[in-house]
Design a protein around this ligand. Structure first.
Ligand code: BTN
Length: 324
């Protein structure tokens, strides 16, 4: 780590507390001048550091610039991590990196995406400063048919992480949207990198986009976008998502993942419309049905007005009315 990274790491671990420049210099084994230069450079990058020599330096509790030190300091297990201020798409970056056979799991985080992608070929609105955009590059020992469980595990992990960090209870709309009340605050896009010849699943990329702070959402941001709450600490949330998600990937304990998912699924018991749609296709007028459960493969069980049922593994649904 560079001196600047070390200084940020040091301050992150003591966020909100004044730290003497001289003491920090001794602890980090660098000169006071090097600490001073690092502080100046961090301030220029936008980190909110108050104080000065004599009174100590304090990284503001409200400072919310994403950084490796800021996220890494909260990770329960050391994880390879890359943090960008802005990037085209963290899922794209994961795909590019996959070519070089990197160590996995690898977490890629950005404070902005210029070409954020959503499901079904849609754009995912990813403005600077208000959201958290992250992708896990994984090499899980699972079959292609099980990959959808990673999306479910990610929904569970994000829901738990938001609750751990903010106390807010979220709902999961099948299959991969997280809601606070009736507003979507997070979407998940899982993509596979498969060997063309072997047909094996080489890597899986789980991309997660969370709207954290208030933003003015343009029409392309979807039908009902929302945000978690003002002041949501993005570094902590990113780490907490990893802390919840990576153990689930390791254990792949489908039963407990599904239990949590079913408990938090907001569509069960509701009247819905089903839109079967491929990338780039126009949605057809949806068939009406009632969502009656989630099966053991994570598929949505629906009942049609004629009494017949089916198990849906993909597609879009819209909820028509509140549960009675
Ligand atoms: C959706 O709601 O349709 C899924 C949105 C997924 C967005 C995330 S943000 C991080 C990662 N990079 C992307 O380009 N997309 C995913």
């Amino acid at each position: 780590m560079t001196t600047k990274e070390n200084v940020l790491d040091y301050l992150e671990k003591r966020k909100g507390q004044p730290v003497s420049g001289g003491f920090m210099a001794r602890e980090l084994g660098v000169s006071r001048n090097a600490v001073w230069k690092a502080i100046n450079s961090l301030r220029k990058e936008g980190h909110e550091i108050s104080g000065g020599s004599g009174i100590g330096y304090t990284l503001s509790e409200e400072s919310d610039l994403l950084s490796e030190a800021g996220i890494g300091g909260h990770l329960r297990k050391r994880t390879d991590l890359l943090v960008f201020e802005s990037i085209d798409s963290t899922n794209n970056e994961a795909k590019r990196l996959a070519i070089g056979s990197p160590k996995t799991p690898l977490l890629i985080v950005s404070g902005e995406q210029t070409q954020g992608r959503g499901r079904l070929g849609r754009t995912f609105y990813s403005p600077a400063d208000t959201g958290l955009y992250m992708s896990f590059l994984l090499k899980p020992a699972i079959k292609m048919s099980e990959a959808s469980f990673l999306t479910i595990a990610a929904s569970v992990a994000v829901t738990k992480a938001i609750e751990n960090v903010t106390g807010i209870t979220c709902g999961i709309k099948w299959v991969n949207d997280i809601y606070v009340g009736d507003k979507k605050v997070c979407g998940i896009l899982t993509e596979a990198v498969a060997g063309i010849e072997s047909g094996n699943l080489d890597y899986v990329i789980v991309g997660i986009g969370v709207n954290c702070h208030p933003a003015s959402f343009p029409p392309e941001a979807g039908s009902n976008p929302g945000y978690i709450k003002e002041g949501t600490p993005r570094n902590l949330l990113a780490a907490e998502i990893a802390n919840e998600f990576l153990p689930l990937v390791e254990s792949m304990d489908k039963e407990s993942i599904l239990d949590y998912y079913r408990d938090h699924c907001i569509v069960i018991g509701k009247s819905i419309r089903i839109f079967k749609q491929g990338a780039g296709e126009q949605a057809e007028n949806g068939a009406s049905a009632t969502a009656i459960g989630i099966d053991d493969s994570g598929r949505l069980i629906v009942k049609y007005p004629d009494g017949s049922t089916s198990h849906l593994s993909s597609g879009e649904i819209s909820v028509r009315e509140a549960r009675t």
